[in-house]
Design a protein around this ligand. Structure first.
Ligand code: ADP
Ligand code: GLC
Length: 489
């Protein structure tokens, strides 16, 4: 099968969060099973771009509304990521340093999607599946189905994976001219509550929709940032498939970001060395449990509750633990976390920003990873943590619920609480301090977690089954238009 993944992120090219990790791993494991999985993403100005050698595979010209642009598709020469990687270069729109956060993101990602379809439209064959990820690529199923110019592609099956339904890419109807001319009878396929909603459109038009955990799919019917009724209506085409982790990258025995490696047999000594490194760098007390948070400092992650939970823990439990926070996000949360540093007694520190290397050291050296998420579609952090022998302290929601069982329950290994509240977080911190005292139990829990299998193996099979179910519905594809691109076929 030939699968083309279209995404705004892909690790190690460009990553803002878990979407990048997933798109950087899933295609590799699909290829390992003998399929042809490719990734196409925007060409941002990244280090990866400069450090690698590229072939030009296609040059095209298309438009979003009145704005005509040339685009170039380049391909990484060596297949070093384990899949063919294509970048779409659109001068002035995509070649920027950040992935998101510009005023013209609507135009940028619409142009990207139009260019991707425009390119696929000239292949001499059709891919078996176009797999799009999140709202940045959510218009592709509509473009393929309802834009006249690309009608010959309309039998190509599309799959939309929703990594996060909080973000939907909503734009006003005044932007409808950005799309290639389309059948105006189909306006409802773009609309949600009087706006063009790319995520909603993807859910309506894709042949299948997946979410990144089973529990998240259930929750979306009750809470989906306004799309609840749509999830209920389309429930028949939605499936939850839990993410895996890339065990080649996230392996404490050979992690290239770590200086001190360890396995399940050497976990106590190995983690102690990494913890020492962290404690020396961040002026923390190595004898106290080290509780870390890694992630976006936003409401979804419950980051706004951290300052109060940390202060309450010091007040009610005592200064018996260290906290180390890595992240960036809401300025007020960043400021509150930074302010706590002034009161630190060798037991608190914060790094505001994004730091891949530090995150690996934190998974390796910490005793606990705190995830008080209000919403967590899957969550990869808790799975990385467990593979590195770090006990997750998670709120029972979405993918956290599907991957962590409280150590007090039969077969359990983590710390789980029900509410995203300062009280529940503080209580979980008290339990963490208590567990830390019991060294034998701590080792038992660590070993149990490290032996769990969170690899992609199982989930890759589920995706393949899902694609296969779409293939018989595919009718004989008509001849492609335009110049065939010999290099790609
Ligand atoms: P989300 O995609 O919602 O942010 P996930 O748990 O799926 O959450 O994935 C987050 C990914 O981003 C993990 O690989 C995590 O280690 C990484 N990450 C998040 N914030 C930072 C940061 N400030 N520095 C380094 N890595 C980070
Ligand atoms: C999103 C979600 C996160 C998930 C990731 C990868 O960013 O917030 O929970 O793990 O995508 O699917």
């Amino acid at each position: 099968m030939e699968i083309i993944h279209v995404s705004a992120e892909c690790y190690p090219v460009a990553k803002a969060g878990g979407l990048g990790d997933v798109v950087g791993a899933l295609p590799k494991y699909q290829n390992e099973l003998g399929h042809i999985a490719k990734v196409v993403m925007p060409m941002y100005k990244t280090k990866f771009l400069l450090d690698n050698i590229w072939d030009v595979v296609h040059k095209g010209r298309t438009n979003i509304g009145d704005y005509w642009f040339d685009y170039t598709v380049i391909k990484e020469q060596t297949n070093k990521l384990g899949f063919d990687l294509y970048l779409v270069d659109i001068n002035g729109l995509l070649d920027r340093e950040k992935i998101y956060g510009y005023d013209d993101d609507t135009e940028r990602f619409t142009a990207f999607q139009v260019a991707v379809v425009d390119w696929i439209a000239v292949w001499v064959h059709h891919p078996d599946v176009i797999h799009v990820h999140d709202h940045h690529t959510g218009l592709i199923p509509f473009i393929i189905k309802h834009c006249y110019k690309y009608q010959h592609l309309h039998q190509v099956p599309t799959v939309l994976t929703i990594h996060n339904a909080q973000y939907q890419g909503i734009m006003g109807w005044d932007k409808s001219h950005l799309l290639p001319p389309w059948d105006s009878w189909k306006w409802g396929m773009l609309d949600w509550k009087n706006n063009i909603n790319p995520l909603a459109s993807g859910i309506k038009c894709a042949w299948k929709v997946t979410t990144v955990s089973m529990s998240y799919l259930d929750e979306l019917r009750q809470s989906a940032n306004g799309l609840e009724a749509l999830f209920e209506y389309e429930r028949g085409k939605c499936t939850g498939i839990l993410n895996g982790i890339d065990t080649d990258v996230w392996d404490p025995e050979k992690d290239t970001y770590l200086q001190e490696h360890f396995s399940v047999d050497t976990v106590t000594a190995g983690k102690a060395k990494n913890k020492r490194r962290l404690c020396e760098t961040f002026d923390l007390d190595i004898n106290k449990p080290l509780i870390v948070f890694i992630g976006r400092l936003v409401g979804e992650k419950g980051a706004d509750m951290l300052p109060a939970a940390i202060s309450d823990s010091y007040y009610y439990i005592g200064r018996e633990m260290n906290f180390l926070i890595l992240g960036s996000g809401f300025p007020e949360v960043e400021a509150q976390l930074a302010a706590l540093q002034k009161l630190a007694q060798k037991d608190y520190n914060v790094y505001i920003g994004y730091n891949e290397s530090l995150s690996h050291l934190m998974y390796a050296g910490a005793d606990y990873l705190l995830m008080p998420s209000r919403v967590e579609p899957c969550g990869l952090n808790q799975m990385y943590a467990m593979r590195y022998g770090t006990i997750p302290m998670v709120r029972r929601t979405g993918g956290l619920k599907d991957t962590v069982i409280d150590y007090g329950e039969k077969g359990g290994y983590g710390i789980v609480y029900n509410w995203a509240s300062v009280g529940d977080i503080t209580h979980s911190i008290w339990r963490a301090v208590d567990l830390f005292e019991d060294k034998a139990k701590m080792s038992e829990v660590r070993e149990k977690m490290m032996r769990l299998d969170f690899s992609w193996q199982h989930s890759v099979q589920q995706y393949l089954k899902l694609y296969e179910a779409l293939l018989p519905q595919k009718k004989e594809a008509p001849e492609a238009e335009g110049e065939p691109d010999k290099k790609i076929v």
